[in-house]
Design a binder for this molecule. Structure first.
Ligand SMILES: Nc1ncnc2c1ncn2[C@@H]1O[C@H](COP(=O)(O)OP(=O)(O)OP(=O)(O)O)[C@@H](O)[C@H]1O
Length: 722
């Protein structure tokens, strides 16, 4: 492993914060120790960790740990750094006992008095998740330590304990305590109470008894017997410790719950071959959903997407309300791209400015999230005063941020220089030290423009994922350089785009609902739907523009210059499925002839505008080759054709799912296999979760067999050529 030996220039430094955050989900890191094998590989020197923790850095009242990554850029021999935020990070010399004493032990009293707590271990493969949760020989993990603690406290208080062990794999949960490993059904009643039907509970009276069960069960993987492919064996292993109390009438009632989740190791699906990637994507999707849930909880969002994955649905009751949740991010001590990626994702999920909002600022909570997207200090003022009036601009402010809207308009009226085809993202700042002040401070200086190519660039650059706006070249607005093909992307969609890998290739699909100009001379733009009719008229007058209600909310106008005519739109304001499929077919054509992913996206030729892209060292870990080129390397036309055909198939399926997630009842009924009853049920599911259909598997929820679905998609594809 000589090439991967960490050198002094490849150290990941962690700056620690001390003040514990008051986020709903506490996000901590743990750098795992070296294994004896790894230690031996450093024969003449003691191993140097890739990650080191630097001194605390305070950020006012809510100081956090900032991980500063620095590594050698192989191409220009310079050092690059990136920062990640966590609440705390445990170093290599801090053992599991320390972590338990500081993070977990304090939660046990609450669990015994009826509370819920969840410890979720997240990280790349081999990063020490199982070691931390379960432990190794003579090295008990936090689950074992917790059980010891709970057993002794339960005895004192007359409570009893029982456990459940199950795994979640490819969106199915299997009971590992049941010899048949039968599937567990997740049922939710009208009050949101989750019932795990078919999940066994086994009483536990001693730690020995617990260890016997836990260690034998957690090593079992149901699918190992079923499908030989490695990726299919990736599963989330879950342990629930139930605390039971006696009622007055001597019956037991559930008092508290402590959950330990050892998540499947994160692996970048872009690296994996086609066979494995679909399965891997599904596993990664559930990891992304979990982080979305963490983000939504930390941001106090109204909608938390629990139902979007089996795992988060199962633990819904233990994640919400006053439950304690600790997201433990395990970090590899050697150079590992997946560790960077997990850090990046986790860091983003905890970057909300919200810290237990009080009533008085509750109205402003959706604005608070914008801070995360507008991001920090690297932003330079973009809107320089100029005589030139903006042709058209978009406002994407908080859902109810009317005061921001008016301030934004004032900015335009004052003649700030904003070009027509750019996106503005405004930061709205909550005065943190005075939560009683309901007013939002509008900070126009942080408005910036993002084009799809920049967005794409951001997605490919680990270090800039957290700060996409920093990609916008300084002065681009004042120099009046228009950014070709830029689209309006709201901050929330921008965030989503950066989290969901599959849509990074098509950022323009995130143009939000609103109004889109179809004038050739004025590339597409959108206005915040919140703008009232007279606001729109005012814009029309001042900008001499013809605005046509554009209903192509989910798509950018066609790349081939054609215009989607108004008459092709149905009464619900969206084009019929056939029209959407035609658009899809067109964009696939252009995709096939477009630049490959690995080609540099920002090619404006101006060196000072080029984005610095830190190159993460690529290395081999065990037998796994981590080269990204795997996916973009086609050696024969046949491989190329089959790769693209599969891409088309996937896109078609995605389009179909999107249709199910968004179409009206009448439109749904237009599909073969969907009648009145099924359409009603689909609408019901959509009320519970805005996007109930994520994969074809989800169609089983509405009683469609795989064969039926295949038949439908096949017909749709056939219709394209008829
Ligand atoms: N703190 C530590 N000190 C020493 N060795 C460790 C430590 N943490 C983990 N290890 C060792 O590192 C290896 C990988 O750890 P582990 O199996 O827990 O990783 P994992 O994240 O659960 O992997 P996967 O995602 O593949 O399940 C194991 O051999 C384990 O014993």
């Amino acid at each position: 492993m000589t090439s991967s030996t960490p050198g002094p220039d490849q150290n990941l430094k962690v700056k620690m914060g001390v003040n514990p955050s008051r986020r709903r989900v506490r996000v901590i890191g743990r750098i795992r120790g070296f294994t004896s094998q790894e230690s031996e590989s450093f024969s003449h020197d003691s191993p140097k960790p890739w990650i080191t923790v630097s001194k605390p850095e305070h950020h006012g009242a809510s100081s956090e740990t900032t991980l500063t990554l620095s590594f050698l850029d192989q191409f220009n021999n310079s050092r690059k750094e990136a920062s990640y935020k966590l609440d705390h990070c445990y170093e290599q010399d801090e053992d599991t006992g320390t972590l338990f004493a500081r993070e977990i032990e304090p939660l046990t009293s609450d669990v015994l008095s009826g509370g819920h707590a969840s410890i979720i271990a997240y990280g790349a493969r081999g990063s020490g998740k199982t070691y931390t949760i379960q432990g190794a020989e003579n090295k008990p993990g936090i689950a074992v330590m917790t059980m010891t603690e709970l057993l002794s406290k339960a005895e004192e208080t007359g409570k009893s304990l029982s456990i459940s062990i199950f795994e979640v794999q490819q969106e199915h949960a299997y009971d590992l305590l049941d010899p048949k490993h039968s599937e567990v059904q997740v049922l939710e009643d009208c009050r949101g109470k989750i019932n795990l039907k078919g999940l066994s509970k086994v009483p536990v009276k001693s730690i020995l008894e617990f260890q016997n069960i836990y260690f034998s069960m957690s090593n079992i993987s149901k699918s190992a017997h079923k499908i030989p492919h490695e990726h299919t064996r990736r599963s989330h292993k879950c342990l629930i410790i139930h605390v039971l109390a006696m009622n007055d009438n001597s019956t037991t009632k559930l008092a508290g719950k402590m959950n330990f989740v050892d998540l499947a190791g994160y692996e970048d699906s872009r690296r994996i071959s086609r066979d494995g990637s679909a399965l891997l994507d599904r596993t990664n999707k559930s990891l992304h959903t979990l982080l979305n849930v963490v983000y939504a909880l930390n941001a106090n969002e109204m909608h938390v997407p629990y139902r979007e994955s089996k795992l988060t649905h199962i633990f819904k009751e233990s994640l919400r309300g006053t439950s304690h949740v600790v997201l433990l991010t395990c970090l590899n001590p050697h150079v590992c791209q997946d560790t960077l990626r997990t850090l990046s994702l986790v860091s983003r999920s905890c970057q909300s400015t919200n810290h237990v909002l009080t009533e008085s600022v509750n109205n402003a909570k959706s604005s608070a999230r914008f801070k995360m997207l507008s991001l920090q200090n690297s932003m330079k003022p973009f809107c320089t005063p100029s005589a030139r009036k903006p042709a058209v601009s978009s406002l994407h402010l908080s859902a109810k941020g009317t005061s921001c809207v008016s301030k934004g308009r004032k900015l335009f009226e004052e003649g700030k220089n904003i070009t027509s085809n750019q996106v503005l993202i405004f930061e709205t700042r909550l005065p943190q030290d005075d939560c009683s002040d309901k007013k939002l401070e509008f900070v126009p200086e942080t408005a910036a423009a993002v084009s799809p190519s920049m967005l794409k660039k951001a997605s490919q650059d680990e270090s800039t994922l957290d700060n996409p706006l920093a990609l916008v070249p300084e002065g681009v607005v004042s120099q009046e350089k228009s950014i070709p093909e830029s689209v309006a992307v709201s901050p929330s969609k921008l965030k989503k785009a950066l989290q969901v890998e599959s849509i990074l290739d098509n950022p323009s699909a995130f143009v939000p609902d609103g109004l889109v100009s179809q004038e050739k001379s004025n590339p597409e733009f959108s206005l915040d739907p919140e703008l009232k009719e007279n606001d729109i008229s005012a814009h029309k007058r001042s900008n001499n523009l013809e605005l046509i209600p554009a209903v192509v909310c989910e798509k950018s106008p066609p790349q081939d210059g054609s215009v989607i005519r108004k008459e092709t739109l149905n009464e619900h304001g969206s084009p019929p499925l056939s029209e959407r499929l035609r658009q899809l077919s067109n964009s696939l054509k252009s995709f096939c002839s477009s630049t490959p992913l690995h080609v540099k996206m920002l090619d404006n030729g101006d060196a000072q505008h080029n984005v610095i892209e830190p190159k993460t060292p690529i290395f081999e870990y065990g037998a796994r080759v981590t080269e990204r080129s795997e996916i973009t390397k086609y050696s024969s036309p046949w491989e190329m054709l089959s790769k693209r055909s599969s891409g088309m198939k996937d896109s078609l399926v995605q389009e179909y799912l999107r249709f199910l997630n968004s179409a009206s009842k009448e439109e749904l009924k237009g599909l073969r296999g969907i009648g009145e009853k099924r359409a009603t049920y689909i609408l019901q599911l959509r009320e519970e979760s805005p996007e109930p259909f994520k994969s074809l598997d989800d169609l089983q929820d509405i009683g469609l067999s795989a064969k039926q679905v295949k038949g439908m998609v096949k017909k749709m594809a056939g219709d394209l050529f008829s």
